[in-house]
Ligand binder design. Sequence first.
Ligand code: MAN
Length: 182
Amino acid sequence: MTDAKAKVQSANSELNNVRMKLKTAQEELGKEYGPDDIFRALKGTCISRDIGEYKYEYCFMEKAYQKSLKDSGSTFLGDHKRIDIIEESSTKEGGVFPPDDILEQHEEKLVGWTLLNENGARCWNGPARSAKIELYCATENEVRSVVEEEKCVYKFEVGTPAVCEGEEGAQEKVAQEVRDEL
Ligand code: MAN
């Protein structure tokens, strides 16, 4: 092979590397991180709570687990799939979101944003486990409650400053931090 050919080949492979890096970066940027990208900075932050015989663990924008407190058993409750946002204005006539009956164990209003985890460990004779992460405004990231609404369908109530409203709200602060970072 001539020198020139070798150079072209190495330049081409370098170009391919750069293209692949660009693609990865674009994919990362194109992901749904919620309004103003507020969940980007939270990605990978893990919180948990012991409830009954399990430790329920949730890592924002990533995985959820149900870990046994009695042995080393760990059940995968799914990976982050998407964000569902229910705006107050889009709820049924006259209805307040959320309806009172889904408020559980805390006074904060759920903000109507749900992070959905899917494709968890298969339920015996049933579907793959999944988890709905319903959010409310709180000063710290925290798991407030977990219920198994139907067999192998879990609902986490999770507090985070990321969804607090107001001009001084953490939502804007987090969004600004992320903008500065980029
Ligand atoms: C385990 C846990 C439960 C679930 C059953 C289903 O015991 O993951 O939450 O209901 O499996 O068989």
